[in-house]
Structures are given as structure tokens and as C-alpha cells.
Design a protein around this ligand. Sequence first.
Ligand SMILES: [Zn+2]
Length: 483
Amino acid sequence: MFKTSAMSNVACSPATNQPAVWDHHHFGNVQTTEICYFSVTSRCVNEEKGCPRLHAKHHYHWQISENFENWVNLPRLQVEALETAFCFPAETRIILPPFLKTGTAPVNVVERVMSHKMWIADFEQMSLESPESACVFHLRRLCTEKNHETITKSSNFQWFFCDANSNWVEYGKHDTCGNFVCNPSINSSQIEQHFLSMPHLPLTYQMSQNTYVIDFKCMQQTNNRTGFQRKIRRRPEYDCSLLHFHTLGTDDTMNLGDLTSVIKFLSMQKTNASENAILPQSVNGDSFFSREFPSIWEPMHLKERVCRVKLSPSSREFKAVVNYLKQYFSPKLEQVERIQHPFLWQALKNKIIDMMRIYDDLNKVNIQWLFHGTTFNAVDSIIKDNFDWRLHGTRVGQIYGRGTYFTSDACMAYNYCTSDFAGCKYLFLARVAVGTITAGNPHMVRPPLNPNTGQMFDSTGTDTVIVKYDKQEYYPEYLITFS
Ligand SMILES: [Zn+2]
């Protein structure tokens, strides 16, 4: 897709006595697909006469190619978005930030080819594609050379497996099902060592009378006795000093914020795909895309699965939750906590992006703030694993279907709360992608087919009671405690 005429007079392969190739150059072909450590930290002595590695400002970089031969450097904004997502093992696909800033004209081939299209990076296929283009690019990541004494986080790879809760757990750590691995037979760095020296040979290890085989070709682990297979992933360590993942100190009010940005962006991209779309400032680039999670979130360590943040009663966020609640009723409020669960958040976000592709209309995705009252002993489990009536039981009659119940009526939800020993009750305020609704019945285990769209309805229920069947379609965002 990059025209040969556009690149014919550009030196695109490293030759001796040619200056080093830099990450800001158009082409990024290098003999050794690594970043030169010295180019990042100080100055490489081979700068002038040529270095086999890519010279870069950071220890990581991303490139694309049509044919695996001519590799083109991606701009910084896209590199940051890719790197941020890639460090999280649960991430498989992300939408890249737009390639052109508002009101600017393309200055190079990349901008010309990539502008005005939505590009989706796939980390499993290592590809970049667009629903608006037939072209598929190969994607590759470069990081600092491994043989140097100082290992950078960007080139320190960790190995993860997918546990029974669909969470990605690093080898050697306990999983989220409560199965502690006290004496890990194998850890991340042992797998990495094997992978680097013998990537074509499977790795076999023993654990409690089972033999497991890790196959690097299909990235799977097989239990030899049972034949059970798990997906595995290899991802670099997250370097929070390089990436500004969480934007702190903002005074955001409670709104759909980041999610709305991506939805607006998607719909505008679709509407204006063939025109020179001018995106509003707030969705043009670094607001949503350089940030995976809401800007109001407290920073979390990569290994931290979930965290509860008690809101200050003087914060705008606290007041927004209370005001929302007070539209309905006002029992004595003890506290409001924000639930920060990156994995569940991403799941909802992915689902909404997916629904946007189907409906092409934010109003039809129909995101709502809804309440869910619960027994006190289900609170921790909900925060950890989201609402799931099969795990937490149900105290509603399930007259609209066998799923998880939400309501816009706080009083109704409050009636399903039970007190703990201190007399406190707990109510969740969830963000729910309601989508299309149809009447349900007590036997329904999933929504029926919508004859108008050929797709299943997204929810069953009424205007005030919503039943959801897919855990990806809701997020337990606030926990409200009443005394
Ligand atoms: Zn160098």
C-alpha cells in the first residue's frame, strides 16, 4: 500500500558507512531487530558509520510493514498507545489514536495512508487493520538488546497463563481462583530462558503429579494427563516511569468521560470516513487513547488486580454519586468507594466498542447508571469478579429471565440489601451497556433473537428493571455503604 515511488529514493536498508537508523525516520529497517541500548542512554559510537540496531529515544518501539521487508516507524503517539496496552496480558486488540491532528495536513506517507481511518492493532496476529480499508499491515515491536548488562523493563518479558476466571496470571504466582502455588515448579524467568534459547522446543515441567507442556508455537500449555489446555502470553514488564498511564490530579466530574470519547470518535470516524473529518479537541488523540482508564483513577501497580478508593465527601465525584442517589431516596450514607478494576473495565470498554460496530449509534448502545442491591457477604466477590448471580445467588424472582438484575430505582435495589453485623448495607452503582431490551420470562437463559436486526437483544426486562446475561456488559463502579 505504500507506493514504491514514494520510497524509491529513500535508503531503506542499513548499509555500512550509512548513519544509524532512528525511530523518527520514515523507514526503520535494521539488521538486528533490537534497539541500541547506547542510543537511548547516552550516545552510540556507531552513530555515524552505521549501527545494526535501531536508534531510539525509548527502550521500545513499534513498526509496520506490508511485506515483512520494508518496515516503517510508527509515530510516537501510536507507539505509546501500543506499548501501554501490550504490557497488559489481557489486552489483545486496541484502537490506535488518530494519525492526524485536527486541521493538519499529512506530512508523510504514513499520515497520508493512515489518516481518517480507524486502525485496530491485534497483538495475537501482530497485525494492524482497519474496517475501512482492505489493507492489513504486519506489526512488530522492538526493544533494547537483551545481551546488555542492564536489563530494561521493556525487554524484561514475563509469561502469563489464563486461569479459570479468565484472568491472566504470571507463572509462579497464585491464580485468582484461590489456588496458591506455594512452591512454584516454574516461574516466568525460567520460561523466558528456555524460550530465548530453544523457542522451537516445547518446555515440560512437573507440578503435583501432573506433567505440563508449554508449546511456544501455538502459545498453549497442555496438561498431559487430562489434555486440558490453557492459553499463555508473553508480555514485557510495564514501565510506569516511561508511560503516563494514569493522569492524576484532574477535577473530572462523574461522567462517561473516556468511554464517551471513544464512542464519539468511532461514530465520527464512520460518518466522516470519506471526508476530511475534523475531530473535536477532546477526542483528538491524547485524551482517551493515551490513557486506558478514567483519569480520576488512583495509580495502581501492574500486579494489583483491583482496588477500592474511598471518595472524599468534598470531592465532586462523591457529590455526583450522592446527587444521583438522592434523586431516588436518602437513607444515611456512610461512604462511597470507587472500584478500580482494570480487567473488568477493559472488558466493558471492549464490549461497548463492539456494540458500537453493530449499532453505529451511541444512543442504541444505551449506557446507563443502574443500581444493584446485594447481601453483605457477596460484596467482596462482586468487587473481585463482577456480578454473577450463579456465584452470588439471587434474591429476585427472576421473572424477566435468568441473569443479573439491575434497576434504575435505588429504593427497589436497596430493598434487596441485607445488613452486616455492624448494621451496614451495601448498594452498587454499576455502569451498564443496556443496548436493546425486550420482555423476558423466568425461563430465559439468554435474550431472544431480535427479528429486526438478526442479532440477539442485549437485555431483557422493563424500563426500570434490566436483566443482563453477559458479564462484559456491566461494571461495578461504585460501592455505596449505608449505616
Ligand atoms: Zn547503536
